[in-house]
Design a protein around this ligand. Sequence first.
Ligand SMILES: Cc1cc2nc3c(=O)[nH]c(=O)nc-3n(C[C@H](O)[C@H](O)[C@H](O)COP(=O)(O)OP(=O)(O)OC[C@H]3O[C@@H](n4cnc5c(N)ncnc54)[C@H](O)[C@@H]3O)c2cc1C
Length: 477
Amino acid sequence: MTGSPDLAPLRAAFGTRLVTEGPQLDARARDASIVTRPAAALLFAQSTADVATALRLADEMRLPIVPRGSGTSVTGSAVPPEGGGLVLDLSRMQRILEVDPDDLVAVVEPGVLTADLRRAAAAQRLFYPPDPASLETSSIGGNLATNAGGASGLKYGTTRDYVSALEVVVPGGAVLRTGARTVKNATGYALAQLFVGSEGTLGVITAATLRLLPLPTAERTVLAGFDAVEAAAAFVGRVLAAGLLPASLELMDRRAVEAASRIVPGALMGDAAPSAQDGDEAIVLCRLDGTELGATEAQEAVADMARTSGARLVHLPHDRAEEDRMWAARRAVTPALEQASPARLGEDVVVPRSRIVAMVGRIREIARQRRLTIVIFGHVGDGNLHPSILFDPVDRDQVSRMRAAASDLFTAALELGGLPSGEHGIGELKKDFLPLAVDPVALELMRSLKTLLDPHGILNPGKLFPDGRSPIQPQRR
Ligand SMILES: Cc1cc2nc3c(=O)[nH]c(=O)nc-3n(C[C@H](O)[C@H](O)[C@H](O)COP(=O)(O)OP(=O)(O)OC[C@H]3O[C@@H](n4cnc5c(N)ncnc54)[C@H](O)[C@@H]3O)c2cc1C
């Protein structure tokens, strides 16, 4: 698209609800990534009918649309397309339509915040497990479109595992209802799953029926501190090999702990703060849930295993308040690192669990070679790490080393049998790595599905599919 688009048909349909200037539009030029681009217009959808009208008109006008929830994407997937286009903001569709304890489902609009759904479920002793660290700000629509994970992925899986049915509007404006409220469904293609993780490129999710579980009655936490990141990662392997299934197994290196401790002081190491000077230590936070008895027994087993695995400290929280502070500190790592550095690229590599120690080694090697600080933390029990590259955006040499280091990270994950994203998605930032991560026939099928559902390419163009223009490029070897 070149020049400013003619928005008259949208203006006729939505009147003054179509925003074409001002701070609300300006704020939607960015998400939580390093990518920014201005939009031509913004519409706050209030109903499925609004979304259908917008998609019908945009298709006729050949106007690019980016669906948007809360804009916490870290891959540029929620940033407007080149040439501007329309930001279709779903954040005002935020009704929790049902929480049904008989069918164990919730029915929600896409703008509902993840934490609000979890609280509404918990009020009825029910549990919606997906828990991205952004849960207080990210939306269910965004979680579905990115297949968001979180700390509970180890035991409970990711957003995809909780989808029973979706209502989706596809380009042209048709409304598709797919899936069912039933526990089982062997009735035709699992079309709802197609839209999960599609990053707003295939359709706009306007309602979701999500599975719930009974709320675990008890949670216990173990904090284990190790002298080296590799030792901490190896401990995780031992826990899993012993047949224990914690809800969460999280790794934080010393820099991650120090950053989080500035936001939630004393929560992680308490009086057992690290003593070594060289910054090599790491902690593992392990959460066990279930019944009182089961969770307590599992907590003791994990604590014993930490002691016999060479942990320098093993700490069990004294009460629920201390436990909550520990997990709040874990969730604070990303914002804390953002405060601590002029800029940060938070990455999201995933490897088979057996390769975690190798991946940690590769990250440390990349940091040395590229002369950059890379903070290591993440959902180590899932093999999913968030190496965070700290850099100064005005230092061109650092920016170029940051890009090279990110490329090295994805390459290392792929070489270890992993992927360049476990939960954040591909977006704009790493689209040129997609051909290295998926089979060529599968990639061709993905392109065919995109063309079938979106023949004019209006939905979130420039995202997910490779075009040789992603900010992080594969290295020539
Ligand atoms: C501090 C912080 C911590 C984070 N922690 C985690 C974490 O632990 N785990 C994790 O997985 N992610 C995490 N993220 C990343 C981010 O929060 C997730 O990707 C989240 O799912 C995005 O939700 P959102 O509502 O902000 O979506 P947006 O950023 O608005 O959009 C993300 C993508 O979804 C599409 N989209 C949004 N709504 C719809 C819809 N209704 N229909 C179709 N497409 C739609 C957009 O087009 C875009 O492609 C974190 C981010 C931050 C800033």
